[in-house]
Design a protein. Structure first.
Length: 133
């Protein structure tokens, strides 16, 4: 059963400014968040469908990253990427959506999971005294 986790925030910028930030993500990735190490376009042009990325971040001293392909790109509105295998098995799509509502610009991040509902239920711990959520 597909499952989507969505988070959104209002950004004090126009959709065009947000798009430009992502268009120049190689320069902006580290500015976006202190944990971000790098973002590289490894094939194709910035934000073009079919382009490939390699990125890395360090969270709590642990390096992690994502390699992915741009699968949808709608200027000033939406960017979607598909991680490479094996991550794509569980997480087939990440989307960044830019929406203008009145004077506000919303940045909406959606992470799609193939089996997410499995993890949305309470799972008791091994000793049944401390449940894991």
């Amino acid at each position: 059963v597909p499952y989507v986790i969505t988070s959104s925030t209002i950004i004090d910028a126009t959709p065009e400014q947000i798009w430009d930030f992502f268009y120049h993500i190689e320069d902006n990735y580290e500015k976006w968040h202190d944990d971000h190490d790098f973002w590289r376009w490894t094939k194709g042009e910035s934000l073009e469908v079919g382009s490939k990325i390699d990125s890395q971040e360090t969270v709590g001293g642990h390096k992690g990253g994502i390699k992915a392909t741009v699968i949808e790109s709608v200027k000033n509105k939406k960017i979607a990427i598909r991680p490479v295998w094996p991550l794509s098995f569980m997480c087939p799509k990440l989307e960044w959506i830019i929406e203008r509502k009145g004077e506000d610009t919303y940045f909406i991040a959606q992470t799609h999971y193939s089996f997410g509902k499995i993890f949305s239920h309470r799972v008791p711990s091994l000793d049944n005294t401390n449940p894991v959520w």
